[in-house]
Design a protein around this ligand. Structure first.
Ligand code: PHE
Ligand code: ZN
Length: 896
């Protein structure tokens, strides 16, 4: 049944330092797809701080040929997959260990360790992939100096790359060649990388602020060089930004990015040799959308910023993962915001980030995989590369910045590097450095309590009530906090919650805020720090009942409950100076209407769930000349089906879908004239640039087109669909072309059937565009259960493969995780499909399978018949013998 050790739980509390240190590693590779030979020569010494122990080296799917200690054969044994050496030199002296193994990269479908993609070699070592290359102490607190020699056939693998500096290269017999790389920085094994293949590069010389010269390179397959300019620009911006904002300079002569089309995740920050999913490198205007451009910018930034936050200072153990990920997401979010010239564009970026957090992380925090930002245990660490570690972790860092101020945070970062550069540390070390650099701050005062954000899982709820006292001219705001229990954490202690706050007067202007007892008013906005279970703020000198704007800028990752009237929300939507809360007011109104309609028995065709006031408010937003297109697009975008589902106790995905589609149709018809004006007013005829302002214009124009097509489908009119099809054919960039195609598909117009094959034919050699072509169809609005059959049909397409993660995700994950109404079918066929794909994928690539397995995380909230059928499907997967640790952990937690 279950493999031995399959469900071994690793606990944070069990951490002990390694019994040995590895100081140097000298690796030689004879690269061959079927059988690669790896010679690993290390110098080790005992760690005198812990009791003596045999040396236990991690290994996985390796063939061991030879082990030598100080040049002599030695006895060893295997303990599971670990190589155990007992007869090692005593004492503190360093000794040399030589291990010779082989592995089979071409058979490596997990894409962890050394693997082959498009006839080139790549590695992926985070978190525990290095053990698939050689026997090692594969844990991040073992940091060593690496030198690497690569040997391979020169014609097939002309480019040979590894971390650090190229120190030697030359010819070998038999058409082979070699390259030797030395990394000047110590690093944990998870940051090791090599690449070998037929690649070409875009190169850029730069001079840093400090006056040092560096070479930046972006390596891609020969046909893709014309898609590297944006990634290179993003990299140059990243280098400049980290110097300007944090005084952190590039510490390498050469910094390389390499793109591969077979990759489990987005990208990887290997020291000096970042390896990227092609999706986050390749872009030109013909093949990439504005969203692709902005994703590339933030992922390039993210990986580059890891060079300091992750690589120079790394994690002591994997429970500390958010130390590098939360901090680095925070940094990439700040980077993208700082690249915006207009404040409104920064606000748009913030809203987009919060939307991700609330639609993906909040459900995770309320479901079976809920875990603290610093988890206490895991079975498979790959399952903990989550939105909680990344996005909630980033919010925790952001709150620290809020509590100490932007300059205070920069000081804290400086102290963090002074203290810990070159070390493997913990989340506590980071928080301590930020607090110590700001001794007079709220963070320093509240640090132990603040750190509950690291230890307690679950999304806190902040409940607010406001009472106006006309006689006393005061407004009393009472805020209380609570947090639902999660597995293993029945009772939660109060969090430290910074609450951005303003009070709007009847004209929509911010009132000066003067708390009872304060000598003078303070100009809004202000941030109050909620630390108790309940707290009361009394504002004085208030002449009329104000409308509170609470949690401005989304100042903490919490759910805010406040019993606003519709009129108050409309007031905020029309007036709030805080763009986040302005947007949020519109979302609250829409959610409210959705919930009312979902609760009412049926949603007949032609139903109009939205009230006139809301529709009128949306019209005002669309017509407001002072608002940016990007912001309008966000306001007019209805809350997603997944977000609506989270607001309900019992979820009927079909009803949610029907109501949201009715709302879309209502906005389409009621605002038809405005959509037409908006579309015509947002045509740019100049050259394509992916900057926030023009992408916002394209996004709004695309949204207008979708609504015009929906309205036309309702009315039977063919003018706009016809225009859309023309637009699709004549578009000068992928954003406009894809938006037009999506408008036809999403409105269900017959012309979609003509446009889709045409699109495929145009881009048949562009894998990333074909991914979009697949996911547009598998994510399309379900009409009478038509999507599942379409998905099955698409899986028979010649371009489909389950082995390529991007392709598998674009078809299977988009359907199961991005198309609730298509997936949650009353006949359970969606769940059956899911369970088959999870099992099938698990045998190929457990990481991709385990992510897909999470599609049913929220099964217990479903209404019948979905609930029982979903549970049954999960149980079916869980019952399968030989499941990977990855998938086993996900499904067993779901059933627990
Ligand atoms: N560390 C990578 C990042 O976030 C993500 C990653 C994890 C990539 C595991 C591959 C494997 O930047
Ligand atoms: Zn990262």
């Amino acid at each position: 049944m279950m493999r031995e050790g399959q469900s071994a739980v690793i606990n944070r509390a069990d951490y002990i330092a390694p019994a040995y240190w590895i100081d140097t590693v000298d690796l030689s590779f004879d690269l061959d797809p079927a059988k690669t030979r790896v010679l690993n020569k290390m110098t080790l010494r005992r760690n005198a701080d812990v009791p003596a122990e045999p040396l236990k080296l991690d290994g996985e799917e390796l063939n061991l040929a030879r082990v030598l200690v100080n040049g002599q054969g030695t006895s060893f044994r295997m303990e599971g997959e670990q190589l155990v050496l007992e007869n090692l030199p005593e004492g503190a002296e360093a000794f040399e260990l030589e291990i010779f193994t082989t592995c089979a990269p071409v058979k490596n479908t997990k894409l962890m360790g050394l693997y082959v993609s498009n006839d080139s070699f790549f590695t992926q070592c985070e978190a525990e992939g290095f053990r698939r290359i050689t026997y090692f102490l594969d844990r991040p607190d073992v940091m060593a100096s690496y030198s690497v020699t690569l040997r391979a056939d020169k014609a097939k693998y002309p480019v040979l790359l590894s971390n650090g500096n190229l120190v030697e290269q030359g010819e070998l017999e038999g058409g082979r060649h070699f390259a030797k790389w030395v990394d000047p920085h110590k690093k944990p094994a998870y940051l090791f990388a090599l690449v070998a293949g037929q690649l070409v590069s875009r190169e850029q010389r730069i001079t840093s602020r400090a006056g040092k010269e560096h070479t930046l390179q972006v390596y891609v397959r020969p046909g893709d060089l014309d898609k590297t300019e944006h990634a290179m620009n993003s990299l140059m911006h990243s280098v400049a930004w980290d110097e300007a904002r944090f005084g952190l300079s590039l510490d390498l002569e050469r910094f390389m990015i390499v793109a591969t089309s077979d990759f489990n995740m987005g990208a990887m920050e290997n020291k000096g040799l970042n390896i990227f999913n092609t999706k986050y490198v390749l872009a030109n205007q013909a093949t990439a959308t504005d969203t692709d451009y902005s994703n590339i910018e933030s992922v390039v930034g993210h990986e580059y910023f890891h060079n300091w936050t992750g690589n120079r200072i790394t994690c002591r153990d994997w429970f500390q993962l958010s130390l590098k990920e939360g901090l680095t997401v925070f940094r990439d979010q700040e980077f993208s915001q700082d690249l915006c010239f207009e404040p409104s564009a920064r606000a748009v970026k913030r809203i987009e980030d919060v939307r991700v957090l609330r639609t993906a992380q909040f459900p995770e925090d309320a479901g079976p995989m809920a875990h603290p930002v610093r988890p206490d245990s895991y079975i498979e660490i790959s399952n903990f590369y989550t939105v909680t570690i990344y996005e909630k972790g980033a919010e925790v860092v952001r709150m620290m910045q809020t509590l100490v101020g932007r300059d205070g945070f920069a000081k804290g970062m400086k102290l963090y590097f002074e203290r810990h550069d070159g070390q493997a540390v913990t989340c506590d070390d980071f928080a301590q450095a930020i607090a110590d650099a700001n001794p007079a701050s709220d963070l320093a005062r509240l640090l132990p309590q603040f750190k509950r954000w690291y230890s307690q899982a679950g999304t806190p709820r902040v409940h607010g009530t406001g009472v106006y006292d006309a006689a006393a001219r005061s407004y009393t705001l009472t805020l209380s906090q609570s947090c639902a229990s999660t597995a293993g954490q029945a009772v939660k202690e109060p969090f430290v919650i910074p609450v951005g706050l303003g009070l709007l007067d009847a004209d929509g202007a911010d009132l000066p805020l003067q708390l009872a007892g304060e000598a003078a008013p303070v100009a809004a906005p202000r941030t109050f720090v909620l630390t108790e279970a309940g707290q009361t703020l009394t504002f004085t000198h208030i002449d009329a009942e104000p409308v509170p704007s609470i949690l401005r800028g989304f100042s903490a990752p919490v759910v805010l409950e406040f019993d606003y009237s519709d009129a108050q929300l409309l007031h905020l939507l029309a007036n709030d100076i805080d763009p986040f809360n302005r947007w949020e007011a519109g979302q609250r109104l829409a959610v409210r209407s959705a919930i009312e309609s979902i609760a009412a028995s049926a949603c007949p065709a032609g139903a109009e769930p939205l009230n006139d006031a809301y529709v009128q408010a949306m019209r005002s937003v669309l017509r407001d000349p002072a608002l940016d297109a990007a912001f309008k697009e966000l306001v007019l975008t209805l809350p997603g089906e997944t977000y609506i589902a989270e607001q309900l106790d019992v979820v009927d995905p079909q009803r949610i879908h029907a109501v949201r589609e009715a709302m879309r149709a209502q906005l389409a018809t009621a605002l038809a004239d405005d959509w037409a004006v908006v579309y015509e007013a947002h045509q740019d005829n100049g050259a394509y640039t992916p900057d926030p302002l023009s992408s916002g214009r394209r996004a709004l124009a695309g949204m207008a087109l979708t609504h015009l097509c929906i309205a036309a489908t309702v009315s039977g009119d063919s003018v706009w669909p016809g225009k859309t099809y023309q637009r699709f054919k004549a578009a000068g960039n992928m954003t406009d072309r894809f938006n037009a195609l999506a408008a036809l598909v999403s409105s269900g117009h017959a012309l979609a059937a003509e446009a889709l094959p045409r699109f495929h034919a145009m881009f048949k050699d562009e894998a990333l565009v074909i991914d979009k072509w697949f996911s547009l169809q598998t994510g399309a609005p379900d009409r009478g259960g038509n999507i599942l059959p379409a998905v099955k049909q698409l899986m028979k397409h010649a371009d489909f493969s389950l082995r390529n993660p991007n392709r598998a995700r674009s078809v299977v994950s988009t359907f199961c995780q991005g198309n609730p109404a298509g997936f949650h079918r009353a006949d359970a066929a969606g769940y059956v499909f899911w369970s088959e794909r999870v099992i099938e994928l698990d045998a190929i690539n457990p990481q991709v399978a385990a992510r897909l397995a999470r599609a049913l995380d929220r099964w217990s909230k479903l209404a019948e018949p979905y609930r029982s059928a979903a549970r049954e499907a999960i149980a079916r997967v869980a019952a399968k013998s030989d499941l990977s640790k990855d998938t086993h952990e996900v499904v067993s937690r779901a059933l627990a």
